[in-house]
Design a protein around this ligand. Structure first.
Ligand code: SR1
Ligand code: MG
Length: 405
């Protein structure tokens, strides 16, 4: 495939920085100490530049195809604009939890942003057995800030319509609709599991209750334009930094929001919960039961912080005439139940579908089988259990029982 724009390389980034007035004062392109391509996601090129004074800059360029597959899977590079717009909107609301954008080069689909190399990708830290206390709660507050601040509760009607129209992101949404909601139970030729998990994948596909729930989840995803959500809020989309000598986070930042669109708030919460379960599955597989129990405490930390922050913002809503206190309770109840549903979708896609997680994939094969089975069973049970008790504690108990067995 020929692209109509030039891709960055380690050899061209210095000239690129020189050519961008908005990047003056970030790093010195004439005194770069290092340039590394650090992208380890599924989609983009990412370069980290450091200069001799220790200053850093990240350049992220969207490719016209899915990096993890290659040119055979085209994908619009326009996604960089959705990422920039959402990062800027989210940063305005909750700057402490969103990476800062310095510059956007729309013709070349390049975003220049804050260097967070003193942070870790949360998934990597989790996989190394590290603890970053406060990260799960921070992400709950972040989701609440978006849920309120980009929604009809904070914006006037015309501004909301403008933002919604500018955030229609059908190509990226279609990927989610296919990979997260449809393909775990209806293979389109992209799924894979270990031979030992083939029966588990077949059981998932044959589970009518699960498939019906995925239909409901997909419908909700496609029709509920509640807020400008992150759209792909797994633990690989969060950077964490612990304070010196402690396990307490002193900085937590979301990034990589190219899947952002006006969608259901609980989709972001469910993505987090699913990835906490996957972290717990890894820990159980490695015989680290205490760590698994810690990971299963994260859903409550995220939910509780989300609820507290949303309630804190509620008195500031622009119109309280019919959106009164009972409606707030209804909304929170609904979002809590939907979080289970979206978590189920996200768990299943990471085991069966095309885009997997290092948490499970880097386990030895004999341990991977049981971990994958436990996550799939948790997904199937989640769509059944939420109606009885949708608390995060019940979610953790359910997941713990199924992952251990
Ligand atoms: C084809 S893109 C595969 C996945 O990577 C992203 O992180 C999203 O989760 C997407 O579904
Ligand atoms: Mg991503």
């Amino acid at each position: 495939m020929s692209a109509d724009y030039e891709f960055l390389t380690v050899d061209t980034v210095a000239d690129y920085v020189r050519s961008r007035p908005a990047l003056a004062g970030t790093v010195d392109p004439d005194r770069l100490a290092s340039v590394e391509e650090i992208g380890d996601g599924n989609l983009n090129l990412v370069f980290l530049l450091k200069d001799e004074q220790g200053r850093g800059l990240v350049l992220k360029q969207a490719l016209p195809y899915v990096r993890m597959v290659g040119e055979g899977w085209p994908m619009t590079p326009e996604r960089a604009r959705f990422e920039v717009d959402s990062l800027r909107a989210h940063h305005a609301l909750v700057p402490e939890h969103v990476v800062e954008v310095h510059d956007f080069d729309e013709p070349r689909h390049i975003i220049a942003m804050e260097d967070l190399s003193d942070h870790r990708v949360w998934r990597h830290a989790l996989n190394e057995g590290l603890v970053h206390d406060g990260a799960a709660a921070a992400m709950g507050r972040y989701v609440a800030a978006l849920a309120f601040g980009t929604s009809l509760f904070a914006l006037d009607r015309e501004e909301l319509a403008r933002r919604l129209a500018a955030s229609v992101n059908p190509q990226l949404c279609l990927i989610t609709e296919d990979l997260v909601f449809t393909e775990p139970s209806v293979d389109a030729g992209r799924n894979s599991v270990l031979p030992a998990n083939e029966q588990d994948a077949a059981d998932l596909a044959a589970d009518e209750v699960f498939v019906t729930a995925m239909g409901r989840a997909k419908w909700t995803f496609m029709t509920h334009a509640e807020a400008l959500i992150h759209g792909d809020l797994h633990t690989g989309s969060v950077m964490v930094r612990a304070g010196d000598g402690t396990t307490d986070c002193d900085s937590v930042k979301a990034f990589d929001s190219e899947f952002a669109f006006y969608g259901p708030v609980a989709f972001d919460l469910g993505a987090l919960w699913a990835n906490y379960v996957i972290a717990a599955a890894r820990a159980f597989a490695l015989g680290e039961d205490d760590r698994a129990a810690w990971a299963l405490g994260l859903p409550a930390q995220t939910w509780d912080a989300f609820e507290t922050e949303f309630r804190r913002r509620w008195p500031d809503r622009v119109d309280g005439r019919v959106w009164r206190e009972p409606f707030l309770e209804e909304l929170l109840t609904r979002w809590r139940e939907e979080t289970w549903l979206f978590a189920a979708a996200k768990m299943s896609r990471r085991i069966v579908g095309a885009a997997k997680t290092k948490d499970i994939e880097t386990l030895p094969e004999d341990l991977r089988e049981g971990a994958a089975r436990g996550v799939l069973r948790t997904a199937r049970q989640a769509v059944r259990s939420a109606a009885a008790d949708a608390s995060p504690a019940a979610f953790a108990t359910m997941a713990g029982d199924l992952l251990r067995s």
